[in-house]
Design a protein around this ligand. Structure first.
Ligand code: TUI
Length: 315
């Protein structure tokens, strides 16, 4: 059995978080992950306060285990989502795509544990000082919005900089990745891409098929010019986006407008022409649809086996 401080801290069986993927991470997926012993996380990104409240009601009807809500800090609904988290006494909040400092104290005072996603040592230090319970260090191998650093250099540097548990994210989809994260000093992992193809994940079947078809070169990063770099499966949409990004005559506003709604088109409609199929670089390793329970148990067992036998390398 893998022992981890994060399990004791949150009362979960396995140190595995499911990323709070915008438009993807709904009550059904989060409940399946929490029921399987991980930490299921609902995306607050694409919901206003009332929609989040309804999703939490559904989630609580599906699980009595700990769960989290992810707050995407650039969401137009960030204020109301932050309030609903307090009113609904959400056990864990993860944050992404920005600096959560303005909200941390309010959440902690309400009894919510705050676990920010960071892409740099400087933000990790700042949130640790303000009372974060743990940190998710996310490298640029991740799908979706990313920072500059990659997982291998980022995780150990964050581990050295703070004295709270660190989870690794970005480029992890199996037990080898999980074992490697522990070797870097992490106390757990967060995965998104592997959960995209879970039976309980409600993305369009085309999305799952394309993740399963993907190989090591299937993703690219676009959006740097408008300050929102995001990793997604290469498709007609990313090709056009990349051309417009290089076009000096296209304004930043036009580019932003072009990207608006593309994630919803991918998740809900499976629209390969116009959709943004956010996906991590590790997709080439994801080869079949499984239940959340199968995914989590397989990864943890594999990691345990690797960690147990690792000592045999040394005489
Ligand atoms: O947030 C994510 N991944 C996401 S959010 C998203 S939805 C979206 N919609 C429109 C534009 C952009 C995104 C899709 N994928 N992951 C967590 C994450 N946070 N990755 C990187 C960061 C991050 C980056 C910079 C966190 C903090 C940060 O620092 C900002 C600062 O002020 O220091």
């Amino acid at each position: 059995m893998i022992r981890s401080k994060i399990c004791d801290l949150l009362g979960i069986k396995y140190p595995v978080f499911q990323g709070g993927m915008a438009w993807v991470a709904d009550a059904e997926l989060a409940a399946a992950v929490s029921n399987a012993g991980g930490l299921g996380i609902v995306a607050g990104m694409n919901m206003n306060g009332e929609q989040l409240r309804a999703e939490l009601k559904k989630l609580r009807s599906l699980t009595d285990k700990p769960f989290g809500v992810n707050v995407m800090l650039m969401s137009p609904f960030v204020q109301e989502v932050a309030e609903v988290i307090i009113e609904e006494k959400v056990p864990v909040v993860t944050t992404g795509a920005g600096n959560p400092l303005p909200y941390i104290k309010k959440w902690i005072d309400a009894g919510t544990r705050v676990i920010p996603v960071v892409a740099s040592v400087s933000l990790a230090k700042m949130v640790a000082k303000r009372g974060a319970s743990a940190i998710i260090a996310e490298g640029g191998e991740s799908g979706g919005h990313i920072g500059e650093a990659h997982t291998m250099p980022l995780v150990p540097q964050v581990v050295d900089a703070v004295d709270i548990p660190v989870l690794a994210a970005g480029g992890i989809a199996d037990g080898r990745g999980m074992a490697a994260a522990f070797m870097l000093g992490a106390e757990g992992v967060q995965m998104g891409t592997r959960f995209l193809v879970a039976h309980e994940c409600n993305v369009h079947q085309k999305y799952k098929d394309e993740v399963i078809k993907a190989n090591d070169g299937s993703t690219s990063v676009n959006g740097r010019r408008i300050g929102h770099p995001a990793r997604a499966l290469k498709n007609p949409f990313t090709k056009l986006f990349s051309e417009r990004e290089k076009d000096v005559n296209a304004t930043d506003e036009e580019l932003t407008q072009f990207g608006t709604g593309a994630l919803r088109k991918a998740v809900k409609e499976g629209d390969w022409e116009n959709g943004s199929f956010l996906c991590g670089q590790i997709a080439g390793l994801v080869k079949k649809e499984q239940s959340c329970k199968e995914i989590i148990e397989e990864i943890v067992m594999e990691a345990e086996q690797i960690l147990k036998t690792a000592a045999s390398r040394c005489e």
